[in-house]
Design a protein around this ligand. Structure first.
Ligand code: C2O
Ligand code: CU
Ligand code: CU
Length: 490
């Protein structure tokens, strides 16, 4: 009898597993591009219900391009800026005011452009009616300027931070990081871009053939307002409305030339797999931390929350009125392109990084000295079996010393889910994923790495500056639920 029961139970278990189509998640020999079609198979399994469809863009609104932030003053290499977190009202839908948050504006923020070698003085002002912090995602910076949950600025208060810009050209971003309240503040509009430039030439021109795309999904209520509390999902909040740079139903007008797009997945939890509707290939030229050694030709590219990629699309052979769109792998339209007559056949120089990235033989052979296990879902998410505690230092590391961290996304009974792992204050190198060489477009500097259930990645981590740094899952609700730890660097 007991044996019969056991057989029945295991049968049911196998059926559930099969229905979730999760067996392939555990296959360590996964192909170059993770297959995320299983997400849509998870419907009906309660907490793995991560398949909220996204509405296609109708293309009725030209994409808004964030302004470049003007400095307050410049004295030699010292440059001064003010960044203010504020509340406001934004006309996202015609004739309707939505209550939003933004930096130096009612919604989202300007591009903060800094140059390697500069000393940045940034005055941070909190004009919200709640606590916030200003975190520089991807920036190599000392812990006390990093804007993690320790660096709270009270409503009405301000503070100045000073740091030297020491990294090569990259597309970074900034967002709030208050303990337990990051997801809501980002959701309501607090996110901006930070461009680092160096001495290398950029043949592209901002707003002309070099565009940022901050990609986010939101749910608006009937009054076209955000109601984060009402829609909050402890496993990551999705929405059915797409916003790119805060524009609903966006389209982008381009000339017949090579165009550089800087993609940021600024969503709380949604993953995007980007492609072109005509299946044309494109080149990825940069990852989170800057230019790749060589451009990588792709037809599809996945970004999980907080990841960035810079891609170059060649529109020079596209006929006017030919229908080309940036779409997701399931066909959802993200951004229709409106291709102008204007030609610009000047081939833009392929950009190379100032300092090419290499993984040394020593790094390849080095022992793992820190193990990170990501586990769970909803309110039960943990790292190494623990929830975040601001008063607990989980790891220590020495300034300037490279250590190999192993990050493991441990599957659960239901298979588990993707966790994008992010580390503050540095850019790391991916040594291997499941023992294999990472795909070419991950062979660049990264600050966030996507892990499928069962995946194990080895990364080489070096901090240039001292301080206490966070590492966490960048599904913002997981972060808020305690899927975060801290490393003290001295
Ligand atoms: Cu994008 Cu801890 O942050
Ligand atoms: Cu960060
Ligand atoms: Cu997570």
């Amino acid at each position: 009898m007991g044996r019969y029961l056991l057989i029945v139970i295991s049968l049911i278990f196998i059926i559930i597993l099969g229905a979730c189509n999760n067996l392939d998640n555990m296959n360590p020999l996964k192909t170059k591009w993770p297959d995320h079609s299983k997400e849509s198979m998870m419907m009906g399994h309660g907490h793995h219900n991560h398949n909220m469809p996204l509405d296609s863009s109708t293309g009725e609104n030209e994409l808004q391009i964030p302004p470049i932030l003007k400095s307050d003053k410049k004295v030699g290499n010292d440059v001064y800026y003010t960044i203010e977190a504020q509340k406001g009202k934004t006309e996202i839908f015609k004739g309707i005011e939505t209550e939003t948050l933004g930096y130096n504006s009612s919604f989202l923020g300007p591009v903060l452009k800094l140059k390697k070698g500069q000393t940045a003085h940034i005055k941070l002002k909190n004009s919200l009616d709640e606590e916030t912090t200003f975190h520089w995602h991807g920036l190599i910076v000392a812990g006390d300027a990093d804007g993690g949950p320790h660096d709270v600025i009270q409503p009405g208060e301000e503070k100045e931070i000073i740091f030297d810009v020491q990294q090569d050209a990259a597309t970074l971003w900034f967002h709030p990081h208050p303990l337990g309240n990051t997801a809501k503040q980002v959701y309501e509009g607090l996110a901006g871009l930070m461009y680092i430039e160096d001495d290398m030439d950029n043949p592209y021109v901002y707003g002309e053939n070099d565009f940022p795309l901050i990609i986010q999904d939101r749910t608006f209520n009937e009054q076209k307002q955000f109601d984060y509390r009402a829609v909050r999902d402890p496993d990551g909040t999705m929405g059915e409305t797409l916003l790119i740079n805060g524009t609903v139903n966006p389209r982008l007008t381009v000339n017949k030339e090579q165009v550089r797009l800087r993609l940021l997945n600024g969503s709380n939890m949604r993953n995007y797999t980007f492609k072109l509707s005509n299946n044309q290939s494109f080149e990825q030229i940069a990852s989170d931390g800057g230019l790749l050694n060589e451009p990588v030709e792709l037809t599809e590219l996945q970004l999980t929350p907080a990841e960035r990629a810079e891609i170059v699309i060649d529109f020079s052979n596209i006929q006017k009125n030919e229908d080309v769109k940036l779409v997701m792998d399931d066909g959802t339209v993200l951004l229709p392109f409106n291709v102008n007559d204007e030609e610009n056949n000047v081939q833009k120089e392929i950009q190379k990084p100032q300092n090419p990235i290499t993984i040394t033989e020593k790094e390849m052979q080095q022992e793992v000295s820190k193990e990170i296990v990501l586990f769970g879902m909803m309110h039960h998410v943990t790292i190494n079996g623990k929830k975040f505690d601001m008063n607990r230092i989980d790891f220590t590391q020495k300034v300037g010393e490279t250590e190999v961290w192993e990050i493991y996304n441990k599957p659960d009974m239901m298979g588990g889910m993707i966790h994008p792992f992010h580390l503050h204050g540095t850019q790391f190198k991916v040594i291997s994923i499941n023992g294999e060489e990472p795909p070419e477009n991950l062979q660049g500097y990264k600050d966030t790495i996507s892990l499928d259930p069962g995946d194990k990645a080895k990364i080489a981590v070096k901090f240039e500056e001292p301080g206490i740094y966070m590492y966490h899952c960048h599904i913002l609700e997981h972060e808020d639920n305690g899927m975060m730890g801290q490393v003290k660097v001295e």
